[in-house]
Design a protein around this ligand. Sequence first.
Ligand code: DAH
Length: 324
Amino acid sequence: MQNIEEVKEQLKNLNLEYRKIRDIAKEQRKEFGQKLNQKRKELEQRLAELVAAQESGEVEEIDLTAPSMPNKEIPEIKRGTKHPLMAELDTLLDIYSQMGFDIMEARQLDDEFHMFDSLNFPKNHPARDGYDTFRTEEGFIPPAHTSTMQYRALTKYKFRLDEVEGGGIENSAGQIAVVIPGRVFRNEDADATHEHTFYQCEGIFVSRTANFSQMLGVFKNLFSEYYAEDLNIKTQPGYFPFTEPSIELLIEKPKSLGGKGDGWLEVLGCGMIHPNVLKTAGIDPEKYKGFAWGGGIDRLVMLKYGLTDIRYFESGKLEFLEEF
Ligand code: DAH
């Protein structure tokens, strides 16, 4: 659409055209002049219309070349911010990084092998049903847990196991230490504590001497740092096909939320990596041991801020997001 400045410019050019009249044969001057007059009339009319429209507020002039400026009607520009979950995830990953863990990215579409087979789920075993997986028509699986990344992490980093201390890469020689955050999906009814889409973080550690107390040390440090409080942790038996033994980890409810050693919350599943999982990834379970863990990030964040409904995270509610 034309704007006022454009029409004014055209009028200016038209005025220059009038000068040409001198170079034109006398017989043609009348016709030439009439044409220009007609054109000028049209442009002046157009200009009057545009000015009137602008004054009545009908058309807002948009100058695409102008530098961006705050909209006069919105006093303060509202910029997007990082989603609270992603900001908290950064905090968690910083803590893991300081402990020496590498970070790998998960994916949002996976397959039967990574979801089940590589994790020692027997074929047609009912444990596969426990994960309420979605499936695409082609048979792909939006991952129901970040453990789908275990095989990839193990095969990607296993070269480090053969490195000797003082060799190639400092600190990581002789061990695999990686965490993998990711978005996961489960086909279950949503309520205040269940969402079909949520976030998990997976952790894997493998070395010749990996053991249970190292694993508990990682958790103790992680949660004390994250909640800025020296929290107690405890374990109870669990079951996962990919760990032996399998353990559920509980943390003491932070004092800031009224916990005094009486409220225990289950925060993740973990255990010593099952020999079959290591074998599938080409790592000799006679030579190497490992521990792995995985748990929801949403719940940790809810606990930190005293949130009562997990569905807020995916809701896109501005009132919620603006609280952070
Ligand atoms: N993937 C499990 C879940 O979503 C949690 C888990 C348990 C992860 C044990 C692990 C593990 O890495 O070793 O329920």
